[in-house]
Every structure is written in C-alpha cells, then in structure tokens.
Design a protein around this ligand. Structure first.
Ligand SMILES: [Fe+2]
Length: 198
C-alpha cells in the first residue's frame, strides 16, 4: 500500500496523470486506419526502449509515443494543425508540459531542446522504415530482419521514401549513432511483433 502511494507521488511529480491503459483507450478509437494505430504502438515501443537506453522515465516516454498522433486523421488536410488539436484534446488531463512540448516538436511547431523532444522526432519516421523493410523481406517478419538489413534499406533513397532519412538521422543529436538507433528501434518493435502483425 505504502509502496503504491510512493509510486503515485512519483507519477504525479513527473506529470503522469493518465495511466497507460487510459491513454490506450483514448488513442485507439481515434484511428479508423488500423495501420496508423499500429504506428502509434510502434512509436510507443521505440520510445520506451529509448528511455531504457538513456535511463529516462519509461512510462512518461511511452505516453509521448502513444499520444503523439491523436489528431492525425482529423488534421490530414490541415497539416499545420497537426499536434495542436492533440494539445487541445489533452488539456483536461493536465499532463506535464514536456509531454505536450515533445509532441509539438515532432511537427516542427516547437523547438527541440530536450532528449525527449529529440527522441520522438527521430522515433516517428524510423518505425515506417522498419515496417517497410520487414515487409520486403521474404518472411515478412520483424524477427527475420537485423540492423544491417535496415541500415542497407536506409541507404536506398528510393526505398520507403516517406520515412524521412534526415529526421531518422537526427538521432545523432541524442549522441546515438544511426546504427545504434536502428538497433534499439528494431529491438523495440520486435518485442511487440504480434501486436504489429509482423
Ligand atoms: Fe507519428
């Protein structure tokens, strides 16, 4: 009992006012496109793995991943509003300012300062690259590909053009090499391969 009180205080201190389950339930119905929801789950997984890598709070980093694209479908035709609608949607939850800031950074609507900002910015496009790479493998499985395979696909400019290479490479701003980053991201996605259907 005492332990859970301490945990709650810790959570409050770092601005976690929704549980993972609440965030999941908030996010899921907002995606008619199942692949977009899978993208969000993939980004969440990568963010948690990155948090572990940097010894940062994994619950908070995971929430940023899970909530970062809440308004994606409704801002498809108004990309300049992407993340601003999310900010409005999340207002009643009074989440930590750093969560909202990181989310806005991934649409270039705020300046990337923190490790969290930089992590989401690089994690967002890397998931698309990894999914596309897994799908081109004969086995079509995340567990069938390795970092070397993803790195080769990264270097092929015509492959998965939508996965912004510059944005992925910005992992270096966190002090990670591209290879290290791809390794962490792939490992994260392999852990939830069933959920991702890959
Ligand atoms: Fe995204």
């Amino acid at each position: 009992m005492q332990r859970s009180n301490i945990k709650m205080q810790d959570d409050k201190a770092i601005g976690l006012r929704v549980t993972r389950q609440e965030a999941y339930d908030l996010a899921k119905p907002r995606f008619k496109n199942k692949n977009l929801f899978k993208h969000v789950l993939a980004v969440e997984a990568v963010m948690i793995e990155l948090a572990d890598f940097f010894e940062e709070p994994r619950e908070l980093w995971g929430l940023v991943g899970l909530l970062h694209d809440l308004d994606y479908e409704e801002t498809v035709d108004t990309p300049e509003r992407h993340t601003l609608v999310t900010e409005e949607l999340l207002q009643p939850y009074a989440l930590a300012a750093e969560i909202i800031h990181a989310i806005k950074c991934h649409n270039n609507l705020a300046e990337k300062n923190s490790l969290l900002d930089k992590a989401l910015y690089a994690a967002d496009p890397v998931t698309g690259l990894i999914v596309a790479a897994a799908l081109m493998h004969p086995d079509k499985k995340l567990k069938a590909v390795d970092t070397e395979f993803i790195l080769r696909r990264f270097k092929e400019k015509s492959f998965a053009r939508g996965a912004n290479r510059e944005q992925i490479q910005s992992c270096e701003e966190m002090g990670m090499s591209l290879e290290q980053f791809l390794q962490v991201a792939l490992r994260a996605m392999q852990k939830i391969d069933q959920e991702l259907g890959l």
